[in-house]
Write a protein that binds this ligand. Structure first.
Ligand code: ADE
Length: 252
């Protein structure tokens, strides 16, 4: 059977998934580790995009060309940009924009040249499944916390659905994140979160006709404390979020 690819940016986000993998096999290709195995009885390939759009495009291409995956799901963290998108919340992407792409005046700001478009959609069916999985996973954890079974670090966490912006910058500063958000808004793009890979994966998946969806947990607000909030979230929380969301997703 053709596998589902589960892509993360960093090893810390992937650890919990490798733990769950049955009959794990590691394969090295294009200087990257690919973990093959079964998760909830389904064949999967776990891979790391690494950081940034080019690295993510390479991993995505390898997943499609070398491993023949039939769908790709990204699970990772992002900086919250939208009002009300707080640390611990979850954002499921409806579509993606490259906030650092600017071929103006030849093409409109943010438009990807020769594609005739600025925003790349996630696959609607896959995105709906991921949204359902994220809501279910968060609700489970909140109920566990209410029953005193396991503490939840973000008891009021919410799941959002909307636009994600990707670019080759770690956005770290209230001034920068505000400017980024308002420049995108001026061009008609209300963005919820910022990260460094999603739009690249979406573009490669469009090229190949492979369904793609992404879920990002908010690790920081892309503000003056992002450089502190991000590593602590990555080490302490991200892996568990990925685990519970992916587990639910594969059962749907
Ligand atoms: N991923 C998580 N937080 C981020 C930020 N502030 N900027 C870019 N990518 C991120």
């Amino acid at each position: 059977a053709t596998p589902t690819a589960i892509l993360s940016a960093l090893a810390q986000e992937q650890l919990g998934l490798i733990e769950l993998l049955k009959q794990p096999r590691k394969l090295i290709h294009a200087g990257r580790d690919f973990w093959l195995g079964d998760l909830h009885g389904q064949p999967v390939v776990l891979a790391l995009s690494r950081i940034g759009k080019v690295a993510a495009a390479t991993t995505t291409t390898a997943l499609i060309e070398r491993f023949g995956v039939r769908r790709i799901v990204f699970t990772g963290v992002a900086g919250g940009l939208g009002a009300g998108v707080r640390v611990g919340d979850v954002v499921v992407a409806t579509d993606f924009v490259q906030h650092d792409l600017d071929a103006s005046p030849l093409f409109p700001r943010y438009e990807v040249p020769l594609y005739g478009k600025t925003r790349f959609d996630g696959d609607a069916a896959l995105t709906a499944l991921l949204f359902k999985a994220a809501c279910g996973a968060l609700q489970d954890r909140q109920e566990e916390a209410q029953q005193g079974l396991a503490p939840h670090p973000y008891p009021d966490a919410r799941v959002h659905r909307g636009l994600i912006a990707s670019g080759d910058r770690f956005v770290c500063g209230a001034h920068e994140s505000g400017a980024l958000r308002s420049a995108l808004a001026d061009a008609g793009h209300e963005v919820l979160a910022v990260e460094m890979e999603g739009a690249a994966v979406a573009q490669v998946c469009l090229d190949y006709g492979v369904p793609f969806a992404a879920v990002r947990t908010i690790s920081d607000r892309a503000d003056d404390s992002a450089h502190v909030d991000f590593p602590s979230f990555i080490d302490l929380v991200a892996s568990r979020y990925a685990q519970v969301i992916v587990e639910r997703f594969l059962r749907l």
